[in-house]
Write a protein that binds this ligand. Structure first.
Ligand SMILES: *Cc1c(COP(=O)(O)O)cnc(C)c1O
Length: 373
Protein backbone atom coordinates (compact mmCIF):
# COMPACT_ATOMS: atom_id res chain seq x y z
CA UNK A 1 0.00 0.00 0.00
CA UNK A 2 1.30 3.43 -0.95
CA UNK A 3 0.93 6.44 1.30
CA UNK A 4 -0.71 9.46 -0.31
CA UNK A 5 0.49 12.61 1.47
CA UNK A 6 -1.67 15.78 1.69
CA UNK A 7 0.97 17.59 -0.39
CA UNK A 8 4.35 16.63 -1.81
CA UNK A 9 6.89 19.36 -2.52
CA UNK A 10 9.67 16.96 -3.52
CA UNK A 11 7.75 15.93 -6.67
CA UNK A 12 7.77 19.53 -7.86
CA UNK A 13 11.47 19.92 -7.21
CA UNK A 14 12.17 16.98 -9.52
CA UNK A 15 10.79 18.99 -12.46
CA UNK A 16 12.37 22.40 -11.74
CA UNK A 17 15.31 21.46 -9.51
CA UNK A 18 18.08 22.17 -12.01
CA UNK A 19 16.70 25.67 -12.81
CA UNK A 20 16.42 26.40 -9.11
CA UNK A 21 19.91 25.15 -8.35
CA UNK A 22 21.34 27.39 -11.04
CA UNK A 23 19.39 30.47 -9.94
CA UNK A 24 20.38 29.97 -6.30
CA UNK A 25 24.04 29.52 -7.20
CA UNK A 26 23.92 32.75 -9.23
CA UNK A 27 22.64 34.67 -6.22
CA UNK A 28 25.24 33.07 -3.97
CA UNK A 29 28.01 34.01 -6.40
CA UNK A 30 26.70 37.57 -6.79
CA UNK A 31 27.34 38.41 -3.15
CA UNK A 32 24.08 40.39 -2.98
CA UNK A 33 21.83 38.52 -0.56
CA UNK A 34 19.41 41.13 0.77
CA UNK A 35 17.49 43.45 -1.53
CA UNK A 36 18.96 44.32 -4.91
CA UNK A 37 17.94 43.53 -8.48
CA UNK A 38 16.76 39.95 -7.89
CA UNK A 39 14.19 41.04 -5.31
CA UNK A 40 13.13 44.10 -7.32
CA UNK A 41 12.72 42.06 -10.50
CA UNK A 42 10.51 39.59 -8.70
CA UNK A 43 8.41 42.42 -7.22
CA UNK A 44 7.92 43.83 -10.70
CA UNK A 45 6.99 40.42 -12.17
CA UNK A 46 4.59 39.62 -9.35
CA UNK A 47 2.81 43.02 -9.60
CA UNK A 48 2.39 42.43 -13.33
CA UNK A 49 1.10 38.90 -12.78
CA UNK A 50 -1.51 40.02 -10.22
CA UNK A 51 -2.40 43.13 -12.21
CA UNK A 52 -1.26 45.85 -9.82
CA UNK A 53 1.16 48.72 -10.28
CA UNK A 54 2.94 48.08 -6.95
CA UNK A 55 4.35 45.06 -5.13
CA UNK A 56 6.37 45.11 -1.93
CA UNK A 57 7.81 41.78 -0.79
CA UNK A 58 8.35 40.89 2.85
CA UNK A 59 9.22 38.04 5.15
CA UNK A 60 5.87 36.19 5.30
CA UNK A 61 2.16 36.36 4.64
CA UNK A 62 1.72 37.22 8.30
CA UNK A 63 4.00 40.25 7.93
CA UNK A 64 2.17 41.24 4.73
CA UNK A 65 -1.10 41.46 6.69
CA UNK A 66 0.57 43.29 9.58
CA UNK A 67 2.25 45.82 7.29
CA UNK A 68 -0.96 46.37 5.30
CA UNK A 69 -2.91 47.16 8.48
CA UNK A 70 -0.15 49.44 9.75
CA UNK A 71 0.06 51.31 6.44
CA UNK A 72 -3.62 52.23 6.80
CA UNK A 73 -2.99 53.51 10.35
CA UNK A 74 -5.25 50.87 11.85
CA UNK A 75 -4.59 50.49 15.57
CA UNK A 76 -5.94 50.80 19.10
CA UNK A 77 -9.68 51.43 19.26
CA UNK A 78 -10.31 50.27 15.69
CA UNK A 79 -12.33 47.26 14.58
CA UNK A 80 -11.60 45.01 11.61
CA UNK A 81 -14.21 42.59 10.29
CA UNK A 82 -12.99 39.15 9.23
CA UNK A 83 -13.74 35.45 9.18
CA UNK A 84 -12.98 33.20 12.17
CA UNK A 85 -12.59 30.23 9.81
CA UNK A 86 -9.02 30.81 8.67
CA UNK A 87 -5.41 30.47 9.76
CA UNK A 88 -4.61 32.39 12.94
CA UNK A 89 -2.45 34.98 11.11
CA UNK A 90 -5.52 36.70 9.65
CA UNK A 91 -6.76 37.74 13.11
CA UNK A 92 -3.45 37.68 14.97
CA UNK A 93 -2.15 40.59 12.88
CA UNK A 94 -5.29 42.64 13.58
CA UNK A 95 -4.57 42.15 17.27
CA UNK A 96 -0.85 42.82 16.75
CA UNK A 97 -1.54 46.36 15.51
CA UNK A 98 -3.75 46.94 18.56
CA UNK A 99 -7.14 46.68 16.81
CA UNK A 100 -9.97 44.22 17.54
CA UNK A 101 -11.02 41.47 15.12
CA UNK A 102 -14.81 41.33 14.66
CA UNK A 103 -15.77 37.83 13.57
CA UNK A 104 -18.78 37.12 11.38
CA UNK A 105 -20.16 33.78 10.27
CA UNK A 106 -19.26 32.03 7.02
CA UNK A 107 -21.29 31.01 3.99
CA UNK A 108 -21.66 27.21 4.34
CA UNK A 109 -21.25 26.68 0.61
CA UNK A 110 -17.91 28.48 0.14
CA UNK A 111 -16.46 28.57 3.70
CA UNK A 112 -15.78 32.30 3.15
CA UNK A 113 -17.24 35.42 4.84
CA UNK A 114 -21.03 35.60 4.86
CA UNK A 115 -21.45 38.97 3.19
CA UNK A 116 -25.00 39.37 4.51
CA UNK A 117 -23.50 39.68 7.98
CA UNK A 118 -20.67 42.08 7.16
CA UNK A 119 -22.86 45.18 7.11
CA UNK A 120 -24.61 44.19 10.34
CA UNK A 121 -21.23 43.89 12.06
CA UNK A 122 -20.17 47.43 11.19
CA UNK A 123 -19.86 50.11 13.85
CA UNK A 124 -18.39 53.63 13.76
CA UNK A 125 -15.10 51.97 14.81
CA UNK A 126 -14.91 49.68 11.75
CA UNK A 127 -11.81 50.60 9.74
CA UNK A 128 -11.33 47.65 7.41
CA UNK A 129 -12.63 44.30 6.21
CA UNK A 130 -10.22 41.40 5.67
CA UNK A 131 -11.84 38.83 3.35
CA UNK A 132 -9.99 35.51 3.19
CA UNK A 133 -9.98 33.67 -0.14
CA UNK A 134 -9.97 30.38 1.75
CA UNK A 135 -8.72 27.15 0.15
CA UNK A 136 -8.11 29.11 -3.09
CA UNK A 137 -11.75 30.13 -3.46
CA UNK A 138 -12.36 33.83 -4.14
CA UNK A 139 -14.88 35.83 -2.11
CA UNK A 140 -17.57 37.68 -4.13
CA UNK A 141 -15.42 40.80 -4.46
CA UNK A 142 -17.97 42.74 -6.54
CA UNK A 143 -20.44 42.68 -3.69
CA UNK A 144 -17.82 43.16 -0.97
CA UNK A 145 -16.29 46.21 -2.69
CA UNK A 146 -19.71 47.79 -3.04
CA UNK A 147 -20.44 47.24 0.68
CA UNK A 148 -17.02 48.74 1.52
CA UNK A 149 -17.56 51.73 -0.79
CA UNK A 150 -20.93 52.52 0.78
CA UNK A 151 -19.28 52.78 4.19
CA UNK A 152 -15.87 54.12 3.00
CA UNK A 153 -14.02 51.22 4.58
CA UNK A 154 -10.74 49.70 3.37
CA UNK A 155 -10.54 46.14 2.05
CA UNK A 156 -7.37 44.12 2.69
CA UNK A 157 -7.55 40.81 0.81
CA UNK A 158 -5.95 37.81 2.51
CA UNK A 159 -4.79 35.99 -0.64
CA UNK A 160 -2.40 33.64 1.16
CA UNK A 161 -4.17 30.53 -0.19
CA UNK A 162 -5.28 31.98 -3.51
CA UNK A 163 -2.38 33.20 -5.65
CA UNK A 164 -3.74 33.28 -9.20
CA UNK A 165 -7.44 32.92 -8.28
CA UNK A 166 -9.83 35.23 -10.09
CA UNK A 167 -13.08 36.98 -9.36
CA UNK A 168 -14.94 38.15 -12.46
CA UNK A 169 -11.79 37.82 -14.58
CA UNK A 170 -9.60 39.85 -12.18
CA UNK A 171 -6.91 38.29 -9.99
CA UNK A 172 -7.53 38.41 -6.27
CA UNK A 173 -5.18 40.88 -4.61
CA UNK A 174 -5.86 43.47 -7.31
CA UNK A 175 -9.50 44.13 -6.39
CA UNK A 176 -9.34 45.34 -2.78
CA UNK A 177 -7.23 48.32 -1.67
CA UNK A 178 -4.38 46.01 -0.65
CA UNK A 179 -3.65 42.34 -1.40
CA UNK A 180 -1.58 40.18 0.96
CA UNK A 181 0.19 37.02 -0.21
CA UNK A 182 2.15 34.22 1.45
CA UNK A 183 4.95 32.26 -0.19
CA UNK A 184 4.98 29.62 2.54
CA UNK A 185 6.09 26.40 0.79
CA UNK A 186 2.65 24.74 0.61
CA UNK A 187 0.87 27.78 -0.86
CA UNK A 188 0.14 27.81 -4.62
CA UNK A 189 3.28 29.89 -5.21
CA UNK A 190 5.64 28.70 -2.50
CA UNK A 191 9.25 29.63 -1.74
CA UNK A 192 11.82 27.28 -0.19
CA UNK A 193 11.31 29.02 3.13
CA UNK A 194 9.23 31.95 4.35
CA UNK A 195 8.17 34.87 2.18
CA UNK A 196 5.28 37.21 1.48
CA UNK A 197 4.12 40.13 -0.65
CA UNK A 198 1.76 43.08 -0.63
CA UNK A 199 0.15 44.40 -3.80
CA UNK A 200 -1.65 47.70 -4.34
CA UNK A 201 -2.29 50.33 -6.99
CA UNK A 202 -1.49 53.13 -4.55
CA UNK A 203 2.18 54.20 -4.81
CA UNK A 204 1.97 56.17 -1.56
CA UNK A 205 0.74 53.13 0.38
CA UNK A 206 3.51 51.06 -1.20
CA UNK A 207 6.09 53.64 -0.10
CA UNK A 208 4.69 53.57 3.46
CA UNK A 209 4.84 49.77 3.49
CA UNK A 210 8.48 49.85 2.27
CA UNK A 211 9.30 52.30 5.05
CA UNK A 212 7.61 50.12 7.71
CA UNK A 213 9.28 46.91 6.55
CA UNK A 214 12.70 48.57 6.83
CA UNK A 215 12.74 49.78 10.45
CA UNK A 216 10.44 52.71 9.76
CA UNK A 217 12.94 54.63 7.65
CA UNK A 218 12.84 56.06 4.16
CA UNK A 219 16.53 56.92 4.14
CA UNK A 220 19.78 56.32 6.00
CA UNK A 221 19.53 56.04 9.76
CA UNK A 222 16.54 58.38 10.10
CA UNK A 223 13.51 56.59 11.61
CA UNK A 224 10.07 58.20 11.40
CA UNK A 225 7.94 55.26 12.65
CA UNK A 226 8.30 52.11 14.72
CA UNK A 227 8.89 49.64 11.91
CA UNK A 228 10.03 46.05 11.60
CA UNK A 229 12.69 44.09 9.70
CA UNK A 230 10.74 42.10 7.13
CA UNK A 231 12.58 41.40 3.91
CA UNK A 232 12.43 38.69 1.28
CA UNK A 233 15.85 37.09 0.74
CA UNK A 234 17.38 37.37 -2.71
CA UNK A 235 17.70 33.56 -2.78
CA UNK A 236 13.95 33.19 -2.25
CA UNK A 237 13.20 35.89 -4.85
CA UNK A 238 15.32 33.98 -7.39
CA UNK A 239 13.41 30.76 -6.63
CA UNK A 240 10.06 32.54 -6.81
CA UNK A 241 10.92 34.05 -10.22
CA UNK A 242 11.34 30.54 -11.60
CA UNK A 243 8.24 29.17 -9.92
CA UNK A 244 6.08 32.10 -11.04
CA UNK A 245 6.60 30.97 -14.64
CA UNK A 246 4.97 27.62 -13.77
CA UNK A 247 2.20 28.92 -11.55
CA UNK A 248 -0.60 29.04 -14.13
CA UNK A 249 0.19 25.50 -15.31
CA UNK A 250 0.26 24.22 -11.72
CA UNK A 251 -3.02 25.98 -10.91
CA UNK A 252 -4.54 24.44 -14.05
CA UNK A 253 -3.42 20.99 -12.87
CA UNK A 254 -5.05 21.65 -9.50
CA UNK A 255 -8.30 22.60 -11.32
CA UNK A 256 -8.21 19.35 -13.29
CA UNK A 257 -7.63 17.33 -10.14
CA UNK A 258 -10.55 19.14 -8.48
CA UNK A 259 -12.78 18.37 -11.50
CA UNK A 260 -11.78 14.73 -11.37
CA UNK A 261 -12.45 14.51 -7.60
CA UNK A 262 -15.82 16.06 -8.31
CA UNK A 263 -16.70 13.50 -10.97
CA UNK A 264 -15.52 10.50 -8.99
CA UNK A 265 -16.91 11.54 -5.61
CA UNK A 266 -20.28 12.97 -6.57
CA UNK A 267 -22.23 9.70 -6.30
CA UNK A 268 -21.04 9.17 -2.70
CA UNK A 269 -23.58 9.59 0.09
CA UNK A 270 -23.12 11.60 3.28
CA UNK A 271 -20.51 14.03 2.00
CA UNK A 272 -20.75 17.47 0.39
CA UNK A 273 -18.27 18.49 -2.29
CA UNK A 274 -16.82 22.02 -2.58
CA UNK A 275 -18.70 24.38 -4.91
CA UNK A 276 -17.52 27.48 -6.73
CA UNK A 277 -19.58 30.65 -7.00
CA UNK A 278 -20.49 31.74 -10.52
CA UNK A 279 -17.95 34.46 -11.31
CA UNK A 280 -15.16 32.89 -9.25
CA UNK A 281 -12.19 30.80 -10.37
CA UNK A 282 -10.64 28.88 -7.49
CA UNK A 283 -7.01 27.76 -7.55
CA UNK A 284 -7.74 24.86 -5.20
CA UNK A 285 -5.08 25.27 -2.57
CA UNK A 286 -7.23 22.70 -0.80
CA UNK A 287 -9.96 20.33 -1.94
CA UNK A 288 -12.14 20.37 1.15
CA UNK A 289 -15.20 18.20 1.50
CA UNK A 290 -17.73 18.11 4.30
CA UNK A 291 -18.47 14.83 6.05
CA UNK A 292 -22.05 15.38 7.26
CA UNK A 293 -22.20 15.02 11.02
CA UNK A 294 -25.01 12.47 11.03
CA UNK A 295 -23.52 11.23 14.29
CA UNK A 296 -20.91 12.90 16.53
CA UNK A 297 -17.32 12.29 15.45
CA UNK A 298 -18.21 10.91 12.01
CA UNK A 299 -15.64 13.11 10.22
CA UNK A 300 -12.83 11.99 12.52
CA UNK A 301 -13.85 8.35 12.04
CA UNK A 302 -13.68 8.74 8.25
CA UNK A 303 -10.32 10.49 8.53
CA UNK A 304 -8.90 7.54 10.51
CA UNK A 305 -10.47 4.98 8.20
CA UNK A 306 -8.90 6.44 5.04
CA UNK A 307 -5.58 6.83 6.88
CA UNK A 308 -5.70 3.03 7.43
CA UNK A 309 -5.63 2.81 3.64
CA UNK A 310 -2.66 5.15 3.33
CA UNK A 311 -4.55 8.36 2.57
CA UNK A 312 -3.48 11.28 4.73
CA UNK A 313 -6.11 14.01 4.97
CA UNK A 314 -6.02 17.28 6.93
CA UNK A 315 -8.46 19.30 9.02
CA UNK A 316 -8.36 23.01 8.23
CA UNK A 317 -9.43 24.25 10.75
CA UNK A 318 -10.39 22.23 13.84
CA UNK A 319 -10.78 25.22 16.23
CA UNK A 320 -12.46 28.40 14.95
CA UNK A 321 -10.63 31.56 15.92
CA UNK A 322 -13.43 33.02 18.06
CA UNK A 323 -13.08 29.96 20.33
CA UNK A 324 -9.29 30.13 20.64
CA UNK A 325 -7.89 30.81 24.13
CA UNK A 326 -6.43 34.12 22.93
CA UNK A 327 -9.88 35.35 21.83
CA UNK A 328 -11.95 34.05 24.79
CA UNK A 329 -11.92 37.59 26.17
CA UNK A 330 -13.86 38.84 23.13
CA UNK A 331 -16.78 36.88 24.55
CA UNK A 332 -18.36 35.13 21.57
CA UNK A 333 -20.97 32.80 23.06
CA UNK A 334 -20.98 29.19 21.80
CA UNK A 335 -23.47 29.00 18.95
CA UNK A 336 -23.27 32.62 17.84
CA UNK A 337 -21.44 31.66 14.64
CA UNK A 338 -23.10 28.29 13.93
CA UNK A 339 -21.81 27.75 10.38
CA UNK A 340 -18.20 28.18 11.49
CA UNK A 341 -18.72 25.72 14.35
CA UNK A 342 -20.35 23.20 12.02
CA UNK A 343 -17.60 23.57 9.40
CA UNK A 344 -14.94 22.92 12.04
CA UNK A 345 -16.66 19.60 12.85
CA UNK A 346 -17.26 18.54 9.23
CA UNK A 347 -14.40 19.66 6.98
CA UNK A 348 -11.84 17.25 5.58
CA UNK A 349 -9.15 18.34 3.10
CA UNK A 350 -8.11 15.59 0.69
CA UNK A 351 -4.62 15.25 -0.85
CA UNK A 352 -4.20 18.09 -3.38
CA UNK A 353 -1.03 19.12 -5.22
CA UNK A 354 -0.35 19.62 -8.94
CA UNK A 355 1.66 16.40 -9.27
CA UNK A 356 -1.01 14.14 -7.70
CA UNK A 357 -1.33 11.27 -10.19
CA UNK A 358 -4.56 9.64 -11.36
CA UNK A 359 -3.50 6.43 -9.58
CA UNK A 360 -2.93 8.29 -6.33
CA UNK A 361 -6.24 10.07 -6.73
CA UNK A 362 -8.01 6.77 -7.42
CA UNK A 363 -6.62 5.42 -4.15
CA UNK A 364 -8.06 8.45 -2.32
CA UNK A 365 -11.45 7.89 -3.95
CA UNK A 366 -11.51 4.12 -3.25
CA UNK A 367 -10.55 4.65 0.38
CA UNK A 368 -13.41 7.13 0.80
CA UNK A 369 -15.92 4.85 -0.96
CA UNK A 370 -14.86 2.02 1.29
CA UNK A 371 -15.04 4.11 4.48
CA UNK A 372 -18.37 5.76 3.72
CA UNK A 373 -19.87 2.30 3.17
C1 LIG B 1 -0.58 30.88 5.35
C2 LIG B 1 -1.58 31.90 5.69
C3 LIG B 1 -1.23 33.15 6.25
C4 LIG B 1 0.14 33.46 6.76
O1 LIG B 1 1.17 33.29 5.86
P1 LIG B 1 2.65 32.94 6.39
O2 LIG B 1 3.50 33.16 5.18
O3 LIG B 1 2.64 31.54 6.86
O4 LIG B 1 2.97 33.92 7.48
C5 LIG B 1 -2.23 34.09 6.42
N1 LIG B 1 -3.50 33.82 6.08
C6 LIG B 1 -3.88 32.64 5.58
C7 LIG B 1 -5.31 32.43 5.21
C8 LIG B 1 -2.94 31.63 5.38
O5 LIG B 1 -3.33 30.45 4.89
Amino acid sequence: MNTIPPFDLSEQFKTIGSDINQAVLEVLASGRYIGGATVENFEHQFATYIGNSECVTCNSGTDALYLALRSLNIGAGDEVITSPFTFIATAETISAVGATPIFVDIDPQTFTLNLDQVETAMTPKTKAIVPVHLFGQPVDMTRLMSIAATHTIAVIEDCAQATGAEWSGQKVGSIGHIGCFSFYPTKNLGACGDGGAITTNDPELAATIKMLRDHGRRRGYYHEEHGVNSRLDAVQAAILQIKLRHLDAWNEQRCQIADRYHRLLSPLPGIVLPQQLAGGQSVWNQYTIRVNETEPGRRDAIKSAIAQQGVISMIYYPYPLHQQPIYKSLGYPIGQLPEVDRAAREVLSLPMFPELSNEQQDQVVYSLKDSLG
